[in-house]
Design a protein around this ligand. Structure first.
Ligand code: GN1
Ligand code: CA
Ligand code: CA
Length: 190
């Protein structure tokens, strides 16, 4: 054994008698004191995020950090928040839980969101915006736009609309004014 909480580059600590102890994920906690030595975000005292992982190593997953009801899809946690917020406030709620507004990349993911909010009368914010450059939509996560589900005729920037909602009835997207107060969907960060 050796000193604990090194934070080095995974250097083995060799001793006369003890086993070799390595901080494989380089998070400052050796394998014998880390609850997950393969995840650099997980160690005793780490910040818990809403993602289905026990980052702070207290054996409780997500503790009370999730902003609202969650459902998992293909191993990723999503939160479906019914307290209506302006788009930027909605995003702040997601970020505060270590999430972001949802980014949607394939039809099954869009179907999952539609099905989960389905039956609800109304629309929910997603993490798409063209606030920076009109007409140039980007995901808040910075991920590539590799899938789109715009409603016919959208986005139309009607009266200046830079944020995007998904319909629980059709799963289709529409640009709306970012000041509109709406329900919203968060997604855990990778
Ligand atoms: C219109 O009809 P409605 O309310 O679902 C508009 C959208 C606007 C929205 C603003 C066909 O949608 O583009 O974003 O108002 N749809 C059409 O609330 O013009
Ligand atoms: Ca967690
Ligand atoms: Ca629109």
């Amino acid at each position: 054994g050796g000193t604990s909480g090194g934070g080095g580059q995974g250097v083995s600590e060799t001793g006369d008698t003890g086993p070799v102890v390595v901080d494989a994920d380089d998070d400052g906690f050796d394998a014998d004191e880390d609850c997950d030595d393969a995840n650099p975000l997980a160690f005793p005292g780490a910040v818990e995020r809403c993602d289905g992982v026990d980052e702070d190593c207290d054996t409780v997953v997500d503790n009370d950090v999730c902003p609202c009801a969650t459902t998992d899809f293909e191993g990723v946690r999503y939160a479906f928040c019914t307290d209506e917020e302006r788009w930027s406030d909605a995003r702040d709620v997601c970020l505060g839980a270590g999430m972001d507004l949802v980014s949607i990349h394939v039809q099954p993911e869009n179907d999952f969101v539609e099905d989960t909010i389905g039956g609800s009368d109304g629309d929910w914010y997603i993490g798409l915006t063209d606030q920076a450059v009109e007409g140039d939509f980007t995901w808040t996560t910075g991920e590539a736009i590799d899938f789109e589900a715009w409603n016919g005729g959208e986005p139309n920037n009607s009266g200046d609309e830079d944020c995007v909602e998904i319909s629980g009835r059709s799963g289709n997207w529409n640009d709306v004014a970012c000041s509109s107060k709406m329900r919203f969907v968060c997604e855990a960060l990778p």
